[in-house]
Design a protein around this ligand. Structure first.
Ligand code: UFG
Length: 353
């Protein structure tokens, strides 16, 4: 609710995507009205139906590309009552960004510029931005804090996140916005309903969907990249966070900016659990909760991977009043339930087709 008692209205760009859709659910369940803008470049329109099924409320949905200046301007001009923007819409595949950097700079930065322009001209003063732990590279000290140095980006994807944070830092100061950049560690898992989750196109790059697809027989074998890292079992360590915990942090970020603890300018928060898990531990957790043995092959390191990283989450815990509650078993259980729901849907579609 806003100060005047009106239901607050929040624009969620990329709201049909993986983290976006989970965030829309959490926002609606807390009484916020949501407007989604998504060009469905890496998502599907029926995600909006699933959100409606979970929450009983159908979010307003607009299908257009935020890099389109005229359409974005027209959207903001005709939607003057927004209270905040959560900007997820972006390309996110590291490898793809190496092959086509201009597509990444073009899409990820232009859409941010158009959104900021829309805010400046038409109203909402509050922005939550999806950043990434990739900005830290391999930190010298663990757990990594928000004050740790941002390392030279290794991929165009990571570079767009760093540049976006800089664009925000200067823009919020100049135009009097409030903004929060959330540096995600490794989001995994799915909503407990198994109605929404990650929908990787083609062969997944990330560990969790590769694990579940291997278990479902859609991939033949899971390759573990690197066994000679300086970690307890030799495999690389990350801070995996359940997507529902991550989604809830966005609700907390909106509440902070629009509430009493509001700060001007840009604030940056790590979003992780604060615990690191090795690739081997993730596999063990999956096998334990699913009862499925994975076909695993150990191969060399993947170029560009860091050895180990996990978050110091104390700033987000204290300032946002938020804490990740779900553990690795919860993440693997929900990811597996989602993969099985996808398999059933596919079987149903082929039986009908
Ligand atoms: N891994 C495997 N086999 C796979 C896939 C991944 O062993 O098939 C390993 C990786 O080598 C890594 C760990 O699992 O050690 C996690 O890999 P992910 O690809 O799931 O995640 P990353 O940590 O590489 O990626 C994350 C974010 C990106 C971000 C990147 C920066 O998902 O958005 O960190 O390095 F850009």
């Amino acid at each position: 609710m806003t100060e005047t008692g009106r239901q607050s209205r929040i624009l969620v760009t990329g709201g049909a995507g993986y983290i976006g859709s989970h965030t829309v659910v959490e926002l609606q369940q807390r009484g916020h009205a949501v407007v989604i803008v998504d060009n469905l470049s890496n998502s599907r329109a029926d995600v909006v139906d699933r959100i409606a099924e979970i929450t009983g409320v159908r979010p307003e949905f607009h299908d257009f590309d935020l890099t389109d200046r005229a359409k974005t301007e027209a959207f903001f001009a005709s939607t003057p009552d927004l209270d905040a923007v959560i900007h997820f819409a972006a390309y996110k595949a590291v490898g793809e960004s190496m092959r086509d950097p201009l597509a990444y700079y073009g899409n990820n930065l232009e859409s941010l510029l158009r959104v900021l322009e829309g805010m400046r001209r038409h109203g909402p003063r509050h922005l939550v931005f999806s950043s990434s732990a990739t900005v830290y590279g391999q930190p010298d000290e663990l757990p990594v804090r928000e004050t740790s140095p941002v390392r030279e980006a290794w991929s165009p994807y990571g570079s767009t996140k760093q540049m976006a944070e800089q664009i925000l830092r200067f823009s919020v100061a100049a135009y009097g916005f409030k903004a929060v950049a959330l540096r995600y560690f490794n989001p995994v898992g799915a909503h407990e309903s198994a109605l929404i989750g990650e929908l990787p196109l083609g062969v997944p790059n990330n560990l969790a969907p590769f694990i579940t697809q291997t278990a479902a027989g859609r991939q033949e074998c899971l390759e573990v990249f690197g066994t000679d890292y300086g970690t307890a079992d030799g495999t690389a360590v990350r801070d995996y966070i359940h997507v529902v915990d991550l989604a809830r942090a966005h609700v907390a970020a909106v509440a902070r900016m629009t509430g009493e603890k509001a700060r001007s300018g840009l604030e940056v928060f790590n979003l992780g659990t604060g615990r690191g898990h090795s690739v081997r531990e993730v596999i063990d957790a999956f096998e334990r909760v699913s009862g499925v043995r994975l076909n695993v092959r150990y191969v060399g390191r993947r170029p560009g991977d860091v050895e180990k990283v996990w978050a110091d989450t104390s700033l987000a815990n204290r300032e946002l009043g938020w804490k990740a509650e779900r553990d690795l078993d919860d993440m693997m259980r929900s990811a597996w339930k989602w993969e099985q729901a996808l398999s059933r849907r596919r079987d149903g579609a082929s039986a009908r087709g």
